[in-house]
Design a binder for this molecule. Sequence first.
Ligand SMILES: Nc1nc2c(c(=O)[nH]1)N[C@H]1C(S)=C(S)[C@@H](COP(=O)(O)O)O[C@H]1N2
Ligand SMILES: [Mo]
Length: 440
Amino acid sequence: MKQHEKEQLLQIVKSSEKDIQADISITHGRRSFLRNTVAMAGSAGMLGASALANAQSDVLPIPESNKTMGNQLKFESYGVPSKYESNVKRRRSDILVNKQQFSDWSMTPIQSTPGIVTPNGLFYERHHNGFPDIDPDHHKLVVHGMVAKPLVLTMNDIVRYPTVTKFYFMECSGNGLTDWLTAKSKTVQQTHGLLSCAQWTGVPVSWILDEAGIDPKATWLIAEGADASGHFRSIPIDKMLDDALLVYAMNGEMLRPENGYPLRLLLPGWEGNVSIKWLRRIKAGTEPWHARGETARYTDPMPGGKWRKFSFVMEAKSVITNPSGGMQIQPGFNEIRGYAWSGNGKINAVDVSVDGGKNWQTAELEEPVIDKCLTRFKFNWKWQGGPAQIVSRCVDSTGYVQPTVADIQKVRAITGFVQHHNGLFPWNVSSNGEVTNGIG
Ligand SMILES: Nc1nc2c(c(=O)[nH]1)N[C@H]1C(S)=C(S)[C@@H](COP(=O)(O)O)O[C@H]1N2
Ligand SMILES: [Mo]
């Protein structure tokens, strides 16, 4: 390269230093967007310059990591994320801070989980009395009550069945409970982080019930955990025979202790509370048992002071995760990203509004789009500066549209610890690019 060319190049690199950061995110973007951005930036040289810089080792100095030996492999280790990602962790709520950590929850940083799978170390936790340490060699599952042949199954018995592996989301019915009355969680981790998604492996409950010779007159079952809360719930038999799974693995490894090791129930699309962890017993009967978890808790207030029991399904819901509360955005291109999910089926469509719901545009759904699983949506937004309110709205495969808060108020009372709240959730963007909770 001739000297004057080099100087010219250095000049371009210098003047576009600020743009290099933008460039990095652009190379992750799509081609069509790449073209847009070049036009938007009004300088076709911007992309070319840093691409050249990468090729020119004398312009972009060779980093230390190229010159020194790498870290040695650690055999027989369990890998952990880069130390530079140490901010990505489960967190508790800032709004409701308990004095103890037994009946408590931790939330998933859904602003920092690309794709649809929640890594096991970030999967949200909800325990009613801590989590036990159970030796799988001593764990047993009993199936009894209205069955012809009661079963006692060890973990060895259970893993011998043929396997079924499925992607499903899990959401606590209390997800967002702090935000509808007095509000003001700051981040999407705190407003929506009792939500995770995994690839689960296990055995259909229907096979086990079949083997036990379930009485055709049985209509309800109880499932009970082996934890200190002795948590149990009554479950209608139709769900148990439909898609309920006895799960022992998630995301390519055995369950984590926090998530029910060595065995949990998984009721796809239903409130997390019925997916009993550390499962030790399933009993068949003809009516619900009116467990504490379905009387004192997990009931919905209705207009007129009544309470509704057994609201199992988590109805269609969506939320924007990027940008979201606590972030700061720059004018120009911002990809709006988020999750949509429905306990009743697949996500058919997601709309995004950048003016607080006055106008809606169609977002792109990222493959795969799976039944009762998190679905990713994306929307190309050019923020011109100036205040904005961004919000998403989803439609599921039954045609159900995610409701506004006003829609929910027509059919339910919003009071106390609001459960099963799937309302539209806006983020405010101020003219300096600050993103905050937009619940009025
Ligand atoms: N045995 C037992 N099962 C349980 C619970 C519990 O405290 N004990 N918590 C329930 C609640 S309220 C939820 S939301 C989910 C949370 O599952 P996770 O901790 O794997 O996210 O587990 C459910 N199953
Ligand atoms: Mo929950």
